[in-house]
Design a protein around this ligand. Structure first.
Ligand code: MN
Length: 217
C-alpha cells in the first residue's frame, strides 16, 4: 500500500467532520475546514472557547480519534462539584479549531465572537471511546484555568436532535465551593483579550480596510 495513503484514523476523522463542513462556507468564515495538517502536540488536546453568538455559551472540546469531540455549555464550567452544567453534545470539530479565535461572520453558522478561554491537554480514565458509547467520561484536565478531575455524563433528556450531557468538577484540591471562574477570568488564555476586545479589534481592521486604498486580495 502506498505510504501516501492517510492512516485509517485520518480517514475516519474526515468522515466525522461532514456535518461540521456542511454548516459552513469556508470562502466566508475564517474557521478551519479540517483539512489542515495536524501539528505535533503532546497528549490529547483540550480547549474551551467562549462564544458570543446569538446566545452566549462555552464550547468544550476534547481531542479523540482525530477530531475534537464538542459540547456547547450555556453557563460554562464551574469549579463547584455540585454545579452540574448542561453540556449539549454537538458535531465533531477539526483539530485545528482549537486555536481559532476571532470573528465568525454574521449570517454564517455560529456567527459572533470567539476567544480561546482555556486550553491544554486531557487524560481520560479508562477507554474514552467506550466512555462515549456508555455516556460517561471521567478525565483529568491540564489547562491554564481548569485542572484536576472532571466528569461528563449523558442524561436521559433528549430533544431528539442533540444529546444532553452534564459537565461537573470532581472533588479534589482544584474544586471550590463558590464563585464563577468564567466571570473571574474572562480573558483569552492566548491573547489576553476579552470577547468585546476581539470584536473591537475586528471592527478596527474592517474600518481601516474600508478607509485604505489597498484592495483586499
Ligand atoms: Mn459555539
Amino acid at each position: 500500500m502506498p505510504t501516501s495513503h492517510p492512516p485509517a484514523t485520518a480517514r475516519a476523522a474526515q468522515r466525522k467532520l461532514s456535518k461540521y463542513r456542511a454548516k459552513r462556507d469556508f470562502g466566508i468564515t475564517a474557521e478551519p475546514s479540517g483539512r489542515e495538517p495536524k501539528g505535533k502536540a503532546k497528549g490529547l488536546a483540550y480547549v474551551i472557547q467562549a462564544h458570543a453568538a446569538r446566545r452566549m455559551h462555552y464550547d468544550f472540546r476534547l481531542e479523540l480519534g482525530g477530531v475534537l469531540l464538542s459540547w456547547s455549555v450555556p453557563k460554562g464550567p464551574s469549579l463547584t462539584p455540585t454545579e452540574r452544567r448542561l453540556a449539549v453534545h454537538v458535531e465533531d470539530h477539526p483539530l485545528a479549531y482549537a486555536s481559532f479565535e476571532g470573528i465568525i461572520p454574521q449570517g454564517q453558522y455560529g456567527g459572533g465572537t470567539v476567544v480561546v478561554w482555556d486550553r491544554g491537554t486531557w487524560e481520560p480514565e479508562g477507554d474514552a471511546e467506550d466512555g462515549m458509547k456508555r455516556g460517561r467520561l471521567t478525565f483529568t484536565l491540564h489547562g491554564a484555568k481548569l485542572r484536576g478531575r472532571w466528569h461528563l455524563v449523558r442524561t436521559r433528556l433528549d430533544d431528539g436532535k442533540h444529546e444532553n450531557w452534564l459537565l461537573f468538577k470532581g472533588r479534589d484540591e482544584f474544586a471550590r465551593e463558590s464563585g464563577e471562574i468564567v466571570d473571574e477570568l474572562p480573558e483569552s488564555v492566548v491573547t489576553g483579550r476579552t470577547l468585546d476586545q476581539v470584536a473591537a479589534d475586528a471592527d478596527a481592521v474592517w474600518e481601516s480596510n474600508r478607509a485604505g486604498a489597498a484592495p483586499r486580495s
